[in-house]
Design a binder for this molecule. Structure first.
Ligand SMILES: [Zn+2]
Length: 113
């Protein structure tokens, strides 16, 4: 299993386990990407004003980039509340399924409905 797959899986599917600062940081990161992709600077600024954060704690979490952020969040969640996380590995090949509720493997096609 790719470690980054599991980190992404936790941040997306167990978003409620993120702290307020982590959620704000993640939203800030996604908004930054959207703003950077926008041709319109004013629109980009509006997005950042609306969805970005100025919380130093949140911004600090993003130092080192998004992969680093996901790694830190996933590591924290797995050490503090691992009982709340269902790591849905395929019973056949052991790879991580796309979602906690998935019953079909995206790697080997195994179906455990
Ligand atoms: Zn599989």
């Amino acid at each position: 299993m790719e470690k980054t797959d599991l980190e992404q899986y936790i941040v997306i599917h167990y978003h409620e386990l993120l702290t307020i600062e982590e959620k704000a940081a993640y939203k800030h990161h996604l908004t930054t990407l959207k703003a950077q992709n926008s041709e319109n600077t004013k629109y980009g600024e509006m997005l950042m004003n609306r969805w970005g954060t100025t919380n130093p704690e949140s911004l600090n979490l993003l130092v080192g980039g998004c992969d680093n952020f996901k790694n830190r969040v996933a590591t924290r969640i797995l050490s503090e509340v691992s009982d709340k996380v269902f790591i849905n590995n395929c019973p056949k090949c052991g790879e991580l399924a796309r979602t906690p509720k998935a019953k079909q493997c995206r790697f080997c096609g195994h179906d455990w409905h």
